[in-house]
Ligand binder design. Structure first.
Ligand SMILES: *[C@@H]1O[C@H](CO)[C@@H](O)[C@H](O)[C@H]1NC(C)=O
Ligand SMILES: *[C@@H]1O[C@H](CO)[C@@H](O)[C@H](O)[C@H]1NC(C)=O
Length: 405
């Protein structure tokens, strides 16, 4: 069951389209109560502020156990364009599962000031029962912070279209988000999340418009998605474990990045991340691990990048432990982030620069257990080159460029 609509908005509009898996919807045995935003006063004209109507609809859906254990609810957004300001949909819910089904389009205000200081996102304060099937998108958010731990959210200060904080068991399916102000989709402090069949689009020159940012989260799957952005297609922050990404198309954008890490002295590590079956086109990077050059307790461990095609990618494979964009306020120390057990397997295609493989690891904490298997990267139809600093590992199979390990 799929519902789709596409929004062609001007800059800074956020469009959302969602869909939902019809499991419960089509299952007659499962009672699901439907809550239509129109019944709560939302107007599909793209001009009237429907924020409060959405808040009321969510509140009803979230508390609608209606006497049945295991009842489900649908928050339904029909066709039309709904103007929504930044808003928080908060749990925990009495309802076992809330599905937010969007047939229409959510439109952000066109003026940044309208939403800049408000909050947006889905919050579930660690309710193991809540299953939120979602999808709205919202506009730029400067602060969440209406609940929870402000300190940890500081990194996420600048607005994203949709944020999930402290929520578990989430499925985000069939969403299209266009021209987010910052990251399109943030998954922060969540467990058990599936993102599939999403399309996140922003102009290649738009700053900080990452596609998906994951951090402090465990058990996240991202699959079948198209990411065309001005920043990382997917960025993976501290405290991410068991993240599996497959069948994505990235570019334009800055590629898939673990990091940047080492912002803080005390920082959680990243472990068990896999990326398989991906195509990068015209992106600044392919698969990147980056950390600032300063002391840190962070680490990156047990990572697999495999079955990847690079098309005109500037840095197809890169570890950069001297990360310092624009060379401003560089710490100029040695990164404490320990990178180990990273495998690159079956990666081929064309680099847009001569050096297709760059390993610039920390002098004080060298990279270890790095494996290269079957790599074929060319530059202008010739063999590309590679460079290695402070790294230990092994290589096997066909290797172009020649391994510098
Ligand atoms: C990482 O994966 C390994 C298996 O490959 C597993 O034993 C370990 O528990 C995982 N780590 C975390 C933090 O889940
Ligand atoms: C760090 O190094 C860069 C380039 O080597 C230099 O331009 C910059 O001034 C240095 N920054 C500090 C804080 O030392």
């Amino acid at each position: 069951m799929a519902y789709r609509s596409i929004c062609n908005c001007n800059n800074y509009c956020v469009a959302l389209v969602v869909l939902f898996m019809g499991v419960l919807l089509s299952n007659a045995a499962a009672a699901s109560n439907s809550f239509n935003v129109m019944k709560f006063g939302a107007k599909p004209d793209g001009k009237t502020d429907s924020t409060q109507a959405f808040v009321k609809t969510w509140a009803s859906a979230c508390s609608s156990a209606s006497g049945q254990p295991n009842a489900d609810a649908v928050m339904y957004i029909p066709n039309g364009r709904f103007l929504i300001k930044a808003v928080v949909f908060r749990g925990p819910c009495k309802t076992r599962r809330v599905t937010v089904r969007i047939d229409g389009t959510l439109v952000a205000p066109q003026t940044i000031g309208l939403w800049a200081t408000q909050a947006t996102g889905f919050y579930s304060l660690r309710s193991p029962e809540l299953q939120c099937l979602v999808v709205p998108s919202m506009p730029k958010v400067l602060h969440f912070g209406l609940a929870g731990d402000l300190g940890r959210l500081a990194l996420l200060e600048l607005g994203s279209s949709i944020t999930f904080n402290w929520a578990n068991n989430i499925v985000i399916s069939g969403l299209t988000s266009i021209n987010s102000q910052q990251t399109h989709l943030v998954i922060n402090s969540c467990n058990n999340v599936v993102v599939r069949n999403v399309k996140l689009i922003a102009p290649s020159e738009s700053p900080n418009t990452d596609g998906i940012h994951v951090q402090s989260s465990a058990g996240v799957t991202i699959t079948g998605s198209i990411l065309q952005t001005g920043d990382d297609c997917i960025s993976i922050g501290p405290g991410t474990t068991n993240l599996h990404i497959s069948n994505i198309k990235c570019g334009p954008g800055h590629g898939v990045s673990i990091g940047s890490l080492g912002k803080e002295l005390k920082e959680d590590g990243v472990q068990n991340v896999t990326l398989t079956n991906a195509v990068f086109s015209g992106s600044d990077n392919g698969v990147r691990i980056k950390s600032w050059a300063r002391p840190s307790t962070g680490f990156v461990r047990n990572i697999l990048f495999q079955n990847i095609i690079m098309r005109n990618v500037e840095n197809p494979i890169i570890i950069d432990q001297n990360y310092c964009p624009n060379n401003r306020a560089c710490p100029n120390q040695s990164s404490g982030v320990k990178i180990s057990q990273v495998t690159y397997r079956n990666i081929q295609g064309a680099s847009a620069t001569a050096e297709a493989v760059t390993f610039d690891c920390s002098p004080s904490h060298p990279c270890t257990g790095i494996r290269l298997q079957n790599i074929k990267l060319t530059y202008m139809n010739r063999d590309a080159t590679s460079s290695c600093k402070n790294i230990d590992g092994t290589s096997s199979g066909l290797l172009v460029p020649q391994s510098c390990l």
